[in-house]
Design a protein. Structure first.
Length: 224
């Protein structure tokens, strides 16, 4: 496996995905709060943390990242809950859209489903390219943040995997808007606004609250 996976605890597996320029350590506080009840695993996306850093740009991108998620899920014992922040949240939604029934539940934080309008999608990509130097990863790894189609948007109505969408009300307002949109379009999605939460609210300021919400959500799912 080309990505680093860090696991602890026992119980229903939860796989955590981080955002662009971050690493698995972004989930340390939440994982520590859940490891007495769950098998908590966090992976470093390719080009991040302790994962491989291929030179070939074709080794990056959403679809290749989803293959890495599949490999990580195959190593855990039982059907997992997939949790993602920002880019990791988009990847979690894309996984549910392209692999129906592969996981028992999805939790996403401060993210969105992408864009159906090609012009808006290219605006996102241009902004991402301009800011790539700020991500703290090799240039080719920054391509993970680019979007080339609208597969998530196109399949929202077909995603029946139970999904919890969290957005901090002190983050950019488009994340809360996206959360409400997902709740309205997905058959089994629920949106929760986190008071006082910023973009990285799971790291410190709201780690206990995020962990508690994930715990409640996981307990609501059928036994794995």
């Amino acid at each position: 496996m080309r990505v680093h996976l860090d696991c602890a605890g026992a119980g229903r597996p939860i796989l955590f995905l981080h955002g662009i320029g971050a690493s698995s350590s972004t989930w340390d506080a939440v994982r520590a709060l859940l490891s007495d009840r769950y098998r908590v695993c966090a992976m470093d996306l390719v080009g991040h943390g302790r994962s491989e850093v291929p030179e070939d740009p074709s080794e990056y991108g959403r679809d290749r990242a989803l293959d890495d998620v599949d490999e990580a899920l195959a190593t855990v014992d039982g059907r997992a809950v997939l949790v993602g922040h920002s880019l990791g949240g988009y990847l979690a939604l894309a996984h549910a859209a392209t692999r129906p029934g592969a996981v028992d539940g999805v939790v996403v934080l401060n993210t969105g489903p992408g864009y159906r309008d090609p012009a808006k999608r290219e605006q996102w990509n241009e902004r991402s390219r301009r800011n790539a130097h700020r991500f703290g990863v090799p240039p080719q790894a920054a391509d993970l943040n680019l979007q080339h189609d609208s597969v998530v948007m196109d399949r929202l109505a077909d995603i029946v995997t139970p999904t919890l969408v969290l957005a901090g009300d002190e983050d950019r307002p488009e994340y809360a808007s996206a959360g409400r949109y997902l709740e309205s379009k997905m058959p089994a999605a629920r949106f929760v606004a986190v008071a006082g939460g910023g973009h990285a609210m799971h790291e410190a300021t709201h780690a206990e609250q995020v962990a508690a919400v994930i715990d409640d959500f996981a307990r609501s799912l059928p036994p794995h």
